[in-house]
Design a protein around this ligand. Structure first.
Ligand code: 4AD
Ligand code: MG
Length: 432
């Protein structure tokens, strides 16, 4: 008898198969039991009929408790009444691991309780749907960048540099030296771009930010493309094509997940339309002021109400260009005619999901860059390798970072970034 996974049921209609599964839920009457079987790939119904299986197997079925693991054998059938479309007519059940008093029941639980039980909460169909969307975004990322001749490069996690400012670094001992957990792989990706042309990274990054918002994680994963021979305008085109590609692939390949989450496909369809609007930081400030925001002045960074208002003025993601130099990192290219702004852009997601991409053209003027490193209070010696890139065949180059969990949160249409990570690290949480 062939052992299959539930997701492949459609290829085995009429066959008798074996499946390893957990009991997600169960209903039974005197003569028939309905098992919700979950194997990690999908969920479907197992029907146990007393007259067909006999007293002993039927009693086993009736006594199954939530999250008991089982071997089930039976015949795959079509089931037009269920969303999934298939079910199994159970012939045999063998208990593998018992489960008693499973803490997460179909009733409502508070968030803190669920977070304390994250190791079990992951088994729910909602979390399954979110992780499928996360997986699809990762898969589509590799497809997109491979198609466009990028090569994947893995920057180090233990570093001696602070690309995004020194305030939120995680420090650790590196034998008799200090090291930091990577905030961003960007500086290393710039070196890689000079070696390989177009590169992208995908890996964990760490920010010891004391932020307790629905958008902030302490540990998050970032995609960081970096492109040689490229100015900011072309980088923006890559960014919008990439994000639209992610949206399209989630629509195409996560149909059931979107349905489970109640995410409106028609809303997502709008985000596949290009181009995405571009407005300057100056225009964004004017827009806010014209609409009664008195709490912001030119030079301030946007807070979440500001980003949400700007985003709501458009029907798709929007780029905000050329922020004040004073609120951006040291490596951004200065504006050719203005002292006060740099050549950069953030992409703001619709529906209040906030910034999903931060990117810029990079400063390639050796002396200016050295000055900026010093002005930011960084030690030029630690950045001497980075400055070298401006000495040996320097070229215009641009790049960006897309936050994976924020993108998942947005496309899944969920409230909080904590559900977009399997084991989120939050300000007050490193358990489980
Ligand atoms: O804007 P950020 O800080 O940009 C960089 O790190 C650049 N070095 C990227 C580059 O040009 N290669 O971060 C990039 C993105 C943000 O737009 C956001 O989506 C995400 O990373 N991000 C976070 N996501 C979750 N929790 C946090 N604390 C985040 N901080 C940034
Ligand atoms: Mg940013």
């Amino acid at each position: 008898m062939e052992q299959i996974q539930i997701i492949d049921a459609k290829k085995h209609v009429g066959e008798t198969v074996k499946i390893g599964a957990w009991i997600a839920n169960k209903r039974s009457s005197g003569k028939i039991a309905f098992l919700q079987l979950r194997d990690g790939t999908a969920m479907f119904q197992g029907i146990v009929v007393k007259n067909e299986v006999g007293e002993e197997i039927f009693q086993t079925a009736k006594n199954l408790t939530q999250e008991t693991s089982v071997w089930v054998t039976g015949e795959i059938r079509e089931d037009s009444r269920s969303k999934f479309g298939y079910e199994i007519g159970v012939q045999g059940i063998e208990v593998i691991g018992e489960s008693h008093d499973y803490p997460i029941t179909p009733k409502e639980h508070g968030t803190e309780f669920l977070m304390d039980h994250r190791h079990l909460w992951l088994r729910s169909s909602r979390q399954h749907a979110i992780m499928q969307i996360r997986n699809e975004i990762i898969r589509a990322t590799y497809e997109f960048f491979n198609k466009h001749n990028f090569i994947k490069i893995d920057p180090p996690i233990l570093t001696g540099s602070a690309p995004e400012g020194t305030t939120d670094l995680f420090e650790t001992n590196y034998f008799d030296q200090k090291a930091y957990l990577s905030q961003s792989g960007q500086l290393y990706m710039e070196a890689a771009a000079m070696a390989f042309g177009k590169v992208f990274s995908f890996g964990p990054t760490f920010r010891a930010e004391k932020s307790k918002t629905r958008r902030h994680l302490i540990e998050f994963w970032m995609m960081e493309p970096e492109m040689a021979f490229m100015h900011q305008d072309e980088s923006l085109e890559i960014q919008e094509q990439y994000v639209a590609f992610l949206v399209q692939n989630v629509l195409d390949n996560c149909e059931l997940a979107l349905e489970t989450l109640g995410r409106d496909r028609a809303i997502l369809e709008k985000y596949t339309k290009l181009p995405y609007p571009r407005i300057s930081y100056d225009e964004a400030i004017d827009l806010l002021k014209e609409n009664g925001f008195d709490d912001i002045e030119w030079g301030d960074d946007f807070g979440s109400p500001h980003e949400t208002f700007i985003a709501n003025s458009y029907d798709r993601p929007v780029f905000i260009l050329n922020y004040p130099k004073a609120i951006k990192p040291f490596y951004m290219k200065p504006h050719p005619t203005r002292e006060d702004v740099v050549i950069c852009a953030d992409m703001i997601a619709p529906e209040g999901y906030g910034e999903i991409i931060g990117g810029s053209e990079r400063d390639v003027d050796y002396d200016h860059l050295l000055g900026e490193i010093e002005r930011h209070g960084l030690n030029p010696e630690e950045y001497s390798w980075y400055l070298d890139l401006r000495k040996y065949g320097s070229v215009p180059h641009s790049g960006f970072g897309l936050g994976l969990e924020r993108t998942v949160t947005w496309l899944a249409g969920i409230e909080h970034v904590r559900e977009a990570s399997p084991f989120p690290r939050l300000l007050n949480r490193i358990y489980p």
